[in-house]
Design a protein. Structure first.
Length: 186
């Protein structure tokens, strides 16, 4: 079933929408959640919550691309679950490394939130990412959107792990310089 038809099912409040969404995008959403949470049970919970959130938000919003819409919901729920779990116990995992790698580029401190409008920061980051070469963009998105491990990215692209790490390090430095040039205080 195409995305337009699935979205129409949500708008019609037809509960088949969730089943069909699960069949078409369940693996995709679970992959995102698992990369962030590193726990199958928590990932499954976030994916189920994704369907509920999609159900509740669809009447007010007709997404342009269903996969991106679902992926964003899953990602946000997974980060919230990660923060909740992290508050309870100090664990480690891939997401800790991802957040640490980006800490120099983008901070989430209260001071930054007061100074920078989040939408402007998001626009600047999106502009930076769109300006990257296809290869660098793919590495950046796989690492920092999907939270894929460097080893998996290297294997998928036929690269050495060190090459991927170095490319990501250089790209983060470029991002930091890009944001600094545009007046963002980091």
């Amino acid at each position: 079933m195409d995305d337009e038809s699935i979205i129409q099912l949500y708008w019609d409040r037809n509960d088949q929408a969730i089943r069909i969404t699960s069949e078409k995008y369940g693996h995709y959403c679970k992959s995102i959640a698992r990369n962030i949470l590193d726990n199958d049970e928590d990932a499954e919970e976030c994916v189920n919550d994704t369907y509920l959130n999609a159900w509740n938000s669809m009447p007010m919003h007709w997404p342009k691309q269903l996969s991106t819409f679902l992926g964003k919901i899953t990602r946000n729920l997974s980060f919230n679950k990660y923060k909740h779990n992290r508050a309870e116990k100090r664990g480690s995992g891939e997401i800790t490394l991802v957040l640490d790698e980006l800490a120099d580029c983008v901070s989430d401190t209260e001071n930054i939130e007061q100074i920078i409008d989040r939408r402007e920061l998001a626009k600047a980051i999106n502009s930076f990412v769109r300006g990257l070469s296809t290869g660098k963009r793919n590495l950046f998105i796989r690492r920092y959107w999907y939270a894929d491990p460097v080893l998996k990215i290297a294997a998928d692209y036929g690269m050495l792990q060190g090459s991927v790490s170095k490319t990501l390090e250089r790209t983060r430095k470029q991002l930091k310089a890009y944001l600094t040039e545009r007046g963002f205080e980091l």
